[in-house]
Design a protein around this ligand. Structure first.
Ligand code: URA
Length: 209
């Protein structure tokens, strides 16, 4: 079974409260989404392997640690996932960025893939799939399936707000994918929105409503 982890660092909780507030405007919403993604990646990368290197400080030779060179990729689920990419790249600037485009049929709530572009060596990379909202899990499931089909082996799903329904869907479909969220919310409403949630993440990130 994949692990589900809520990263409830006080800074993350505080920032998420600002994002949830309906009076928070596009500029702040976008900046804070990126900041939370950065803080989440800081936590999630705690297990990155290190290796020993010899360097010379002004005081002399010493053996210290550096990253063992594990390759990372971040794959936002378009379009709302874009709001988390900058935050990830601030901490992992060498990560490659893939894109997967999914849209949700407003009536059936079913996800459809319309775009996919991945780094060619995706199978060698640890992949962070990012999307602010894990609602029914439909888009994330489809995105993870598409990535698997293209060779991705080692994936983690990183979201800001998760609904229990979405977490269950990913756990059942992909025992090998760990899920990280900044918060686990109460439920989905009849329109597929997370409650209390933060509304439509894409619209609030890009000011389209
Ligand atoms: N997508 C969103 O942007 N918000 C939700 O609450 C659910 C899905």
């Amino acid at each position: 079974m994949g692990k589900f982890t809520v990263l409830n660092h006080p800074l993350i909780q505080h920032k998420l409260t600002i994002m949830r507030d309906k009076n928070t405007g596009t500029k702040d919403f976008r900046e804070i989404a990126s900041e939370i993604a950065e803080l989440m990646v800081y936590e999630i990368t705690r297990d990155l392997p290190l290796k020993s290197v010899e360097i010379e400080t002004p005081m002399g030779k010493t053996v210290q640690k550096e990253l063992a060179g594990k390759k990372l990729a971040v794959v936002p689920i378009l379009r709302a996932g874009l709001g988390m990419v900058d935050g990830v790249l601030r901490l992992v600037p060498a990560a490659k960025v893939g894109h997967i485009g999914m849209y949700r049929d407003e009536e059936t709530l079913e996800p459809h893939e319309y775009f996919l572009k991945l780094p060619p060596d995706i199978e060698q990379r640890d992949v962070f799939v990012v999307d602010p909202m894990l609602a029914t899990g439909g888009s994330a499931k489809m995105a993870i399936e598409a990535l698997k089909k293209h060779g991705a082996k080692n994936m983690r799903l990183v979201v800001l707000v998760a609904a229990p329904e979405g977490v269950k869907a990913i756990e059942e479909a992909f025992p090998d994918v760990d899920v990280y969220a900044a918060a686990l919310d109460d439920h989905l409403n009849d329109d597929g929105y997370i409650v209390p949630g933060l509304g439509d993440a894409g619209d609030r990130l890009f000011g389209t409503k």
